[in-house]
Design a protein around this ligand. Sequence first.
Ligand code: NDP
Ligand code: 2IT
Length: 450
Amino acid sequence: MKSASQLFIDSFMENLIKKNPSEPEFHQAVREVLLSIYEYIEDNPHYIDSGILERLTEAERIIIFRVPWMNDLGKIVVNRGFRVEMNSAIGPYKGGLRFHPTVNLGILKFLAFEQVFKNSLTTLPLGGGKGGSDFDPKGKSDNEVMRFCQSFMTELYRHIGPNTDVPAGDIGVGGREIGYMFGQYKRIKNEFTGVLTGKGINWGGSVIRPEATGYGAVYFTEEMLNTRHESIKNKTVLISGSGNVAQYATQKVIQLGGKVLTLSDSNGYILDPDGIDTEKLNYVMNLKNQQRGRIKEYADTYGVQYFENKTPWQEKADIAIPCATQNEIDVNDAETLIKNGCICITEGANMPCTPEAINQFIENKILYGPGKAANAGGVAVSGLEMSQDSMRISWTREDVDKQLKSIMKEIHQTCLKYGTKVGGYINYMDGANIGGFVKVADTMIDQGAV
Ligand code: NDP
Ligand code: 2IT
C-alpha cells in the first residue's frame, strides 16, 4: 500500500504534469524536491495550507520572444528567446542564460526552479530565474554571435534590470556573450548598471566570477570529504565537460593536490593517466575559449586515449565531478562508479545525475553533493558582483575567494543541519532541498498571497 506521502506526491505530480505537459526535466526537478521536503512539511503543515508548493512550482512570469538575426550570408535566421522569472521572494530574479540547440521551456523551468533553492542556500538576497535560447553558438563567427546577442537583448532589456532580474552565463554563454549583451543593454537604456553578472573586469565584473562555480564545487567536495577525515590531496578525479565549470574545477583540484584524469565535450572524452597538469589545462583553456576547438585535439597533442561518443564514468577514480549537462550520469554509470571505488560525486553541472543514479549513491552511502549546493559558488559570486556594482567598488581576489569559501562552508553546514540522518549519514540532497526551501517559503508567507 502507498504511504500518505506517496499519495500526496503522486497526486501533486499528476496535476503538475497535466498543467506542464512534455516537460520531463521540470517534472524530475520538482519530484526530487517534493520527495526531500515532504516529511518536513508534514511536520509543518502551514506550508501546505498556504499553498506554498503550488506557488513555488508556478513561475511568477515567463517571457518568450522571437530573436531574428542576420547570418554572415545575409540570411535572416529566427531563434526563440526565453526568460523564466520563477521566484522573487528573497531578491531580484537571478540566474544564467543558456544558448544551446536543446533549450526549450521545460529545460529552463527546471533550471529556474532549482535556481530558487540554490540562490536561497547562498545566504544572499537572490531570487531565482533562468533564460536562454535554442541558438547554437558552435560554428558561428564572432560577428554572428554578436548580432544574435544584440537581437536577444533588444527584446530582453525591457524585462530585466539591476533591481528586477539579473541574468548571467550558463552553457554557451561566457564572457564574450555577456559583453555583447551588456553593450546592447547599455546602448538601449543609456544606463551603466550591473544588469548582468560575469562581466569583464574593466567594466564592472568581479574577480573570481569565471572561476567561482568550479572552485566552489571543489571547496564543497573538500568539505564533504572532511566529514570522513579525507581530502582531495592525492585523490584521482573524473571531470566531464571542458567548459567554464570543468576548467576551473580542474584548476582547483590541481591546486589542492588531486589528479584530474578526464575531460570531455559532447563528442567524447580524453583519458590522461598522468593527470592534467597546469600546462595541459592552459592548453585546454586556449583550445576551448579562444580556438573553440574539440577536446579530441588534446588526445592528438598529448598522445593520450580519446573515447568517441562516450562519457568518462567507466573510468576508475576516487571522485567524480560532472560539469557538462543534465542527466549525464545514469543508473548504470552510477553502479560502475561505485563498483570502481568512487567515494564522492559532486555536481558541478545542474541535475547531471538521474533520480535512479542518485538513489544508488544514497543507498550506498556515497558522498553525493547535489548541484543546488555544490555549484552555488557561481551565483554566489554573481551576488557579490551585484554588491560591488551597486557600491561602485571592487574587492580583491583574496577578498572574493575568502567570501566564496565561507559561503560554500555555510551551504555545507545547512546541508548538515537539514540532511543528517539517524546513524549519521548526511543526505546532502535532502539537506539542500529543505535548507533552500525554508527561507523562501517563510518569506512567501511573510509577504502574503504572492
Ligand atoms: P560551457 O558552455 O562553458 O561548457 C559546457 C560543457 O559541457 C562543454 O564542454 C560542452 O561540450 C559540454 N556539454 C554541453 N551540453 C552537453 C551535452 N548535451 N552532452 C555532452 N556534453 C555537453 O558551460 P558551463 O561550464 O558554464 O556549464 C556546465 C554546467 O554547469 C551546466 O549544467 C550549467 O548549467 C552548470 N552551471 C554553470 C554555472 C556557471 O557559472 N557557468 C553555474 C552553475 C552551474 P560541447 O562544447 O561539445 O557542447
Ligand atoms: O546555474 C547557475 O547557477 C548559473 N548558471 C549561474 C547563475 C548566475 O546568476 O551567476
